[in-house]
Ligand binder design. Sequence first.
Ligand SMILES: Nc1ncnc2c1ncn2[C@@H]1O[C@H](COP(=O)(O)OP(=O)(O)OP(=O)(O)O)[C@@H](O)[C@H]1O
Ligand SMILES: [Mg+2]
Length: 310
Amino acid sequence: MITITCPKCKKKHNIDKNRIPPNKKIIARCKACSHRFPIQFIDKSHEKIEKLMPEGNRVARSISVSISKGGVAKTTTAVNLSAGLALAGYKVLLVDSDTQGQDSYMLGINTKAGLTELLTNELSSEEAIVEARENLWLLAGGKSLAGIKRLIDRKDFGGEMTLAEALTPLETQYDYIIIDTSPGWDLLTVNVLFYAKEILIPVSLEVMSLQGLVEFLKSLSSIQKYRNQVSLKYILPTFQDKRIKHPTEILNKLKQLYGEYICNPIRYNANFPQAPAFGQTIFEFSPGGTGSQDYRELVRKVSNDNSLFR
Ligand SMILES: Nc1ncnc2c1ncn2[C@@H]1O[C@H](COP(=O)(O)OP(=O)(O)OP(=O)(O)O)[C@@H](O)[C@H]1O
Ligand SMILES: [Mg+2]
């Protein structure tokens, strides 16, 4: 039970805290004077996590959101998974390895520096990383990463480890390092796969997605010949539209072929393209919508904690 005092008539109300969704502003109505006012219950689960993982003992899980196919919700997933884990109390570093640099736009942040400056040693990690939200930090991407590809290309050997060398020392500071990758396949993608240990592949349930998945898994296995620490962990169906038959067929096929990896799908939701214009995550833009529900479910799956946000 928690006690809430009406700001108008000062009447105290005892409320079962399980009835209030955590970390979300809702409007309460005073039963005595009918005044409506916003309340927010801050979930303290992060304190539990702090206790489990005292500073210094942390080793971040590194998860890359990758597939060569474009427009399948890689960035949407990297940003909202990171934001959801941060809301759940985990310390998260989101790394944008894409020259499009959309992660900072989606979080409504103007960054002057980011991954490029860290990789060229122009800036320290403290200078290159910006705090985007409580528990969420961003290493921004952008056009300048094109120069990094040339820098990697010019290295005589060890070019594929450039990103790993920069990110590994940061692992003790975070619970999760989530990496957004660009579409296609280039030296930076290879670098990401030589760093991350877990791969999350978003697959659009719209069209031609299976072919893209199979091709990407082939490329991944060519990396695994040299680095067996990297493995496929999650396949996330996106753009699910139950009104249309075709996506259901694709989902069934995916379950048949890759059952153990398949996460609950992210439903098609028009809020996703709108939220970035406000610099908001889906949890901020539409906390009660299906988009938030679906990404909360993904957070539970990835963190292996079914009690989160309940
Ligand atoms: N579940 C969804 N429902 C509706 N629209 C979505 C959904 N998920 C993402 N979108 C929208 O689809 C578009 C592409 O998403 P996003 O940019 O995340 O894909 P991407 O795979 O990162 O693309 P790219 O390959 O160009 O990096 C965006 O406008 C995004 O807002
Ligand atoms: Mg993207």
